[in-house]
Design a protein. Structure first.
Length: 148
């Protein structure tokens, strides 16, 4: 029984040491770089606005020194249409290692009740090939009738 215990312990140690060995990069694999996730959020003051109503869109991100922001693009998609640019903000001079908040007054298009609107915040940065994209959904509501 002692011999089995010794063999078992030796096998466990051998597997432990083998597991700690760093694997080599495969020949057909190329390391493209490292990635850091920038915290970014988009929110609205009212996600069930009336047609033609003005709402506040808040764009928030943390501007990391390792990957500074260069710009924000606010896009809208009304119903099933294509995305269109609402506004573009130059963020190249924003403070580094800081929380940045931008607000934009958005006028809801004159569309039918129940129309879905999607707003996307596209945050571009200096060191990333692909921008970060966050979204918020709205649905146009009807005006509540007041009793007189």
């Amino acid at each position: 029984m002692k011999i089995y215990s010794k063999i078992l312990v030796m096998m466990a140690l051998a597997f432990s040491f083998a597991a700690c060995e760093k694997n080599e990069v495969l020949p057909d694999y190329q390391v493209a770089g490292t990635s850091t996730a920038t915290i970014a959020q988009i929110s609205v003051s009212n996600d069930e606005p009336l047609s033609g109503e003005e709402i506040t869109v808040t764009l928030y991100y943390v501007n990391l020194e390792e990957d500074p922001a260069t710009g924000i693009e606010l896009l809208e998609q009304v119903g099933g249409s294509d995305f269109t640019t609402v506004t573009t903000l130059d963020e190249s001079s924003a403070s580094l290692d800081a929380e940045i908040t931008r607000t934009y007054t958005y006028t809801v298009p004159d569309v039918e009740v129940g129309t879905a609107i999607r707003l996307d915040m596209v945050l571009s940065s200096q060191n990333k090939e692909f921008p970060q994209r966050e979204k918020v959904d709205l649905e146009v509501s009807e005006e509540e009738e007041t009793e007189e």
